[in-house]
Design a protein. Structure first.
Length: 133
């Protein structure tokens, strides 16, 4: 059980300043992903294309929810994958079989999210595409 004192301490000035600072770090990380990571840019491009498709086909609110959810999932996992790769390269700049396996597992997580997103998008868009054929 959380006490009143613990709850009120969450809102003190020092904690608020720390939260604002952590948002600055998150913004720097997002900027790095957007500017430097080709895989993230690729996923972002696909997200943009499907956002346009959503407007074109006038998908339902629940379809928007599903579409934006899988987009957020893929982009988030891609960001985590990039962080794992950066950390692995920092720890071991030379080729290392174990580091390679770690990177492959992280990339595999992106693939799982991507496959799931693809299936969700097929479920959303196949009926719309069949309707115009």
């Amino acid at each position: 059980m959380v006490s009143i004192k613990e709850i009120s301490s969450m809102f003190n000035l020092k904690t608020i300043k720390e939260r604002i600072k952590s948002l600055d770090y998150a913004w720097k990380g997002l900027t790095y992903l957007f500017l430097k990571e080709d895989s993230f840019k690729f996923q972002l491009l696909f997200s943009f294309i499907f956002i346009l498709a959503g407007f074109y086909f006038k998908i339902t609110d629940s379809e928007w929810f599903a579409q934006l959810g899988v987009m957020a999932l893929v982009l988030s996992i891609e960001g985590i994958n990039s962080a794992v790769e950066q950390l692995a390269d920092y720890i071991q700049p030379n080729y290392d079989e174990k580091i390679g396996k770690i990177k492959d597992i992280a990339a595999g997580a992106v693939m799982v999210a991507g496959i799931f997103a693809f299936v969700v998008l097929l479920i959303i868009y196949i009926p719309y595409l069949l309707a115009i054929i």
